[in-house]
Design a protein around this ligand. Structure first.
Ligand code: SAH
Length: 399
């Protein structure tokens, strides 16, 4: 295995289990690793520290193991099994579940598998590799999934074309890595807290569904009784279904994607039938809010896509969060509720709270913070890798 030696003193973060080696920390490389190769990492004094996937870029190594060199033959099975144990222990994986049968099975660094995402949709695993190493390991990952789940595994779908780095010159083409005999490649119907959702991983965004909002959706359900609800950036209607089930008197859901709105309408009908007080609207959410009459809604959900995908655009993103939140806070009816979120990893919770504070101040309205929201347990965060925390939200009460 190719050896990488760090500069003096740069081993500290690895000794504390932080799973990244930055290119600036490297003193020398013995050999020429290809992207995605397994490499071992040594301190300046020659002590073995870790092994992981090599990649060209600012994060040069993503660590897979701090103790074995090279990886043991059952590494993938053990790592994914451990991730499943966590989901089992928090009640998400349950063989007979009539409540929830979809969750994130592997959340990258949070599960000791940097660069790998696997979402479980009632037996279908949709994987996304964010590194060349994970992309090149997909057959081993698939074998491990078959071993762990046996007959419960219906299919493994690789959806890495939009996430894996292209520099490696790899053949990136989404598709099934495995299908069980009789598997029918159609939309999957899944259950989340007893609500039904159609998920389409081939045509939908990300792996098909935003599993990270499960618990915040349940909160919306608890606040919805008697409310006129507006769900902005609704995708396929996660929050809308919970709001309607929770007793909302009406719900308008807005998304700029026509495909998302079409699936949203089907999800509403699937759960509540054809005569539901719901409107799916294909529009720009920001324009919609601008034109929205004052006091039309009592509860708003504001869950935009990541405004900042990297640090370079942080300032603009914070301004965009402020503008969007000011519009929502100013339009909601007196005594109204606003659930507002940011899923930009580079916007931390303090920066987001400051943007929302500035938004509130701009409107001149009295605003209380009723709750602070975050990502659920299956989007796990290693305590040694705080960068894994990305979803944050505030539950606001507007006088
Ligand atoms: N709340 C959703 C997830 C939102 S993801 C859920 O619980 O499932 C962000 C969504 O914003 C995507 O569906 C995307 O199509 C939509 N979007 C992006 N830009 C938009 C815009 N300017 N106006 C409306 N929707 C937008």
């Amino acid at each position: 295995m190719i050896k990488i030696f760090l500069k003096k003193g740069r081993e500290e973060s690895l000794l504390r289990f932080h799973p990244w080696v930055f290119s600036g920390a490297i003193a020398s490389i013995q050999g020429t690793p290809a992207e995605g190769d397994l490499v071992s990492v040594y301190s300046a004094s020659g002590d073995y520290l870790a092994c992981g996937h090599y990649q060209i870029g600012s994060i040069a190594v993503r660590v897979l193991s701090f103790d074995s060199n090279p990886l043991s033959s059952d590494f993938w099975r053990n790592s994914i099994r451990k991730a499943l144990d966590v989901r089992e222990s928090v009640g998400l994986y349950n063989r007979n579940s009539e409540q929830t049968n979809c969750f994130r099975l592997v959340h990258g660094e949070g599960d000791g598998l940097p660069g790998l995402i696997i979402d479980w949709y009632d037996g279908v695993c949709v994987m996304q590799a964010h590194s060349a190493g994970m992309f090149r390991s997909k057959l081993q990952i698939c074998e491990a999934l078959k071993d762990i789940f046996g007959e419960r595994l219906k299919a493994v779908y690789d959806k890495s074309s939009g996430t894996a780095p292209f520099k490696a010159g790899l053949d990136l083409c989404d598709g099934y890595v495995y299908t069980a005999p009789g598997f029918d490649d159609k939309e999957q119907l899944v259950l989340e807290n007893g609500h039904k959702f159609l998920v389409n991983w081939t045509e939908g965004q990300k792996t098909g569904f935003f599993l990270d909002q499960r618990e915040n959706r349940a909160r919306v359900g608890r606040y919805a009784e008697g409310k006129r609800v507006l769900n902005l950036f609704c995708y396929t209607g996660g929050f809308s279904i919970y709001a309607l089930a929770g007793g909302a008197v009406s719900c308008d859901s807005v998304d700029s994607s026509a495909k998302a709105v079409s699936l949203l309408n089907r999800n509403v009908e699937l759960n509540f039938g054809p005569d539901t007080p719901h409107k799916g609207i294909c529009a720009d959410a920001i324009e919609f809010l601008k034109q929205c009459p004052q006091d039309r809604y009592d509860l708003m959900i504001v869950d935009p896509p990541a405004f900042a995908k990297h640090r370079g655009v942080l300032k603009n993103a914070l301004r965009a969060y402020q503008r969007l939140n000011a519009a929502a806070i100013s339009k909601v009816a007196p005594g109204g509720i606003v659930f507002t979120f940011s899923c930009s990893q580079v916007v931390d919770k303090e920066a987001f709270a400051l943007a929302v504070f500035s938004a509130a101040a701009q409107t001149g309205r009295r605003v209380r913070i009723l709750d602070r929201l975050c990502q659920p347990a299956d989007h796990s965060v290693s305590i040694y890798h705080p960068e894994g925390e990305y979803l944050k939200g505030l539950l606001l009460y507007v006088e």
